[in-house]
Design a protein around this ligand. Sequence first.
Ligand code: PLP
Length: 407
Amino acid sequence: MLDIQNIRRDFPFLKQMVHGKPVVFLDTGASAQKPNVVIDAVKESYTNDYANVHRGVYYLSDQATEKYEGTRKVVQNFLNAEKLEEIIFTKGTTESINLVASSLLDDYFEVGDEILITEMEHHANIVPWQLMSKHKPLVIKYIPVTDKGELDLSALPSLLKAKTKLISLTHCSNVLGTINPIKEIIQQIRQNYPDIAIMVDGAQSIVHQKVDVRDLDCDFFAFSSHKLYGTTGVGVLYAKEKWHWLMSPYQGGGDMIKLVTMQQTTFADPPYKFEAGTPDIIGVIGLSKAIEYVQGVGMDNISAHEQALLQYATKSLKTIPGLRILGESEHKAAVITFVIDGFHANDLGTLLDLSGICVRTGHHCAQPLLQRFNVPSTVRASFGIYNTQEDVDALIKGLNKAMKMLN
Ligand SMILES: Cc1ncc(COP(=O)(O)O)c(C=O)c1O
């Protein structure tokens, strides 16, 4: 069992009052609060160790490079990637997906090729493919979602064609909370289509459970540091080595070159070929602290704690008359999205805020999914390592109060 009160002491944000009330933070799915170890590492690095990486011959630049590259090793171990070069630093999940889309466009995709995504994707895993198909006409198809909020995998055989070149799907839905059976899906695809590129959007899953990219057998895996208790501005793309030479550089600039002449450029070896310009050095260093933090708590302990909260919150929310939860899969992370008959999500969110309760309202950057469920706007409570049953009780109390005020 986790000592949650001890964990909460690691997060200074949680000591805050909002509108005169103790803050109840239920928006970790959007971005997590930061523990002291991350905040301190950022402060310490800017105060004492700051210098640009890869460039200087002096001691401090060497130190910064060592810490920055040390994080690559930490991430490699965290994801169980086979090679260090398979870890590419980006700005976030969004950039990781855009990087894959853009890098594969020239040499991998041909006009008329098909990309398969799902109806439950975040816009970050829809729009990059649509943008790419403007440059080279490609067909985007969607695996449907059932009323329960799961992927309808019976549709998979008919959606997979010889022309399907890439499948990109979320490991965990940021709206439904559904954890997709990625390993089984990949096994099924590989039986008949062993060479298709398979990308996993891990933005939500990485925070709730252990991830092993070799066990999943995916080609690409993306996540953001800020959702994993690290800073904003840093993400990771795991890219299996076999794809590196098919992938064009994503951006041009410093650090990604071998030789530049006035006529042309030869590129550095991966991962540097994909990391143009000065990166978010301190953010990357912060990521290693965030990973060490969650590993210290234990991913299995985090999963167990969040699952208990999910059960408690689901049961409690269902006591509210007219409340409907979107996504009732048995395999869910601690993300609960709901609507209440006769109440607008934004009104509920605004009144909850007055009680110090932070939830997200709206479409959660998943408009096609909300269209699929025929709801314009929803409320989402998403839970993290530091949330408690008291937070759930505060949410229920806050919702009842808001509904009374709006009636
Ligand atoms: C499932 C999913 N994919 C992608 C993203 C985009 O992440 P970022 O904004 O950190 O790039 C999010 C963010 O909420 C998400 O939940």
